[in-house]
Design a binder for this molecule. Structure first.
Ligand SMILES: Nc1ncnc2c1ncn2[C@@H]1O[C@H](COP(=O)(O)OP(=O)(O)OP(=O)(O)O)[C@@H](O)[C@H]1O
Ligand SMILES: [Mg+2]
Length: 425
């Protein structure tokens, strides 16, 4: 069986390719079935036969379990973004140390189990996607390090024969399956963690000959949807939770510690704020703060592990701005309440630095491969963050509106990786 697995920062999917085409796995959730398995993990302490144990749930089951538990456990998101982090080897959850690889493996094992239920018991051999550049990678050595950890997580999860392929190359195989003629295509895959680009020739004649597509070049940068969210948090959420305010200590006015807000901006760091030291520090800050209500709201959010709800509120606002010019960011839970207007123009000005970095990588791919935009037949944009109008404009301005193609934003990579797996058999 030819299986393709896309372990995404935000969403994962898994597909099977065979003589009758590509099949994508479905996962049950309380809201129906979904092809996009949320790459999150929820851990909670349970009592089992009189003993305390730590149980985990991932994907839609993780969300349901989290929402249904009165006393919240630990919900972690965007774990893929930690793979390059040498300082994060293990983390403590309810008094037990977990290796990062083990946490990721729990998500991957659930995906594998779901796929096996639908495809049969052979989902152990897979082609797995990898970003061109992992989040936080500054060198090829960092990428190799991250890849080694991802491989370890896959093996722990029960996948046995693993081959990696660039995520945008996966998307290219999917795009190719829709073609009746050959093309030089530029792929732009914009996810939660990374933006990845590949330039390659695809089409029926290459598919028929079965030769591995010659990739003309790849580029990538660890900037995507999560970085956009970080800007929304910086400008709208953190100020409502006390960022930039002051406290009074020993007769002096001091700023409240800002490192907490940097962690708040990053989904993969957020749940790690819930440590005894941070909470006691914030309690003492709340006691001295000039605007204590804001710090108390922050404490409430951290203590009640509301990262998921905050994430939902930010995503809702951001996604709305892909279609409308203005919206409200609304988040309300106990002592934490945020209700702010935001416009697409504000959002675009906040993410200017990220957009410029993305543009530079697109231009770098063109220049290092000696490709003129006119040589490129089609630009295929995929991944959830490709819906952001400002991201699309980067390509429209360089290649022209008529060259842009989009489809299957959340499953194109897994579908294409499965086709790649079929070719490799
Ligand atoms: N309509 C939309 N407008 C703007 N952003 C969106 C929209 N829909 C989804 N997103 C964003 O897309 C991102 C998720 O996309 P996707 O599932 O492709 O990422 P991923 O594959 O998990 O991540 P990566 O490929 O970086 O590892 C999230 O940041 C989400 O907020
Ligand atoms: Mg992706």
């Amino acid at each position: 069986m030819a299986v393709g697995l896309d372990f995404g920062t935000t969403n994962s999917s898994i597909a099977l390719a065979g003589p009758n085409g590509v099949q994508i796995a479905n996962f049950a959730s309380s809201g129906g079935v979904t092809e996009a398995f949320r790459s999150l993990l929820y851990l909670h302490r349970i009592r089992e036969s009189g003993r305390s144990a730590i149980k985990s749930w991932s994907g839609p089951a993780g969300i349901d379990e989290y929402l249904n538990s009165d006393e919240k456990g630990r919900l972690v998101q965007s774990l893929k973004s930690f793979l390059t982090s040498r300082s994060l080897q293990t983390t403590e959850v309810f008094g037990r140390r977990f290796k990062l690889e083990e946490l990721i493996a729990r998500i991957l094992a659930d995906i594998r189990a779901g796929a096996e239920r639908q495809f049969g018991p052979t989902a152990t051999h897979v082609v797995v996607g990898r970003p061109v550049r992992f989040v936080g990678a500054e060198s090829d050595a960092d990428d190799e390090y991250a890849l080694g950890r991802l491989k370890e997580a896959l093996l722990i999860a029960g996948f046995r024969e693993v081959r990696f392929e660039y995520e945008p190359v996966g998307a290219a195989y999917h795009y190719e399956s829709t073609l009746d003629h050959d093309e030089l295509v530029m792929i732009g895959d914009f996810g939660g963690g990374t933006s990845d680009f590949s330039l390659l020739r695809v089409g029926p004649s290459l598919r028929r000959s079965g030769v591995t597509r010659q990739v003309i070049g790849n580029e990538g940068v660890g900037i995507a949807g999560d970085s956009f969210d970080a800007r929304i948090i910086r400008h709208l959420v953190s100020p409502a939770l006390g960022a930039g305010s002051e406290l009074e200590s020993g007769g002096k006015r001091l700023p409240v510690p800002n490192w907490v807000y940097f962690k708040l901006e990053r989904w993969h760091h957020l749940s790690f704020l819930k440590s005894a030291e941070t909470i006691s520090m914030l309690k003492s800050v709340a006691g001295q703060a000039l605007e204590p209500k804001k710090i108390e709201a922050l404490l409430y959010l951290i203590q009640h592990d509301l990262g998921y709800q905050l994430h939902r509120a930010v995503q809702r606002a951001k996604i709305a701005l892909s279609n409308v010019d203005r919206t409200r960011l609304h988040f309300s839970d106990g002592e934490a309440e945020i209700d702010e207007e935001l416009t697409r123009a504000d959002f675009e000005s906040w993410i200017q630095e990220e957009l410029t970095a993305i543009e530079n990588h697109v231009d770098e791919l063109l220049s290092k491969t000696g490709t003129h935009p006119a040589d490129v037949d089609v630009v295929f944009l995929t991944g959830g963050s490709s819906f952001v109008p400002a991201v699309r404009r980067i390509f429209e301005s360089r290649f022209g509106h008529h060259k842009i193609r989009t489809c299957d934003e959340f499953t194109s990579v897994a579908r294409g990786l499965a086709l790649r797996a079929l070719e490799l058999r």
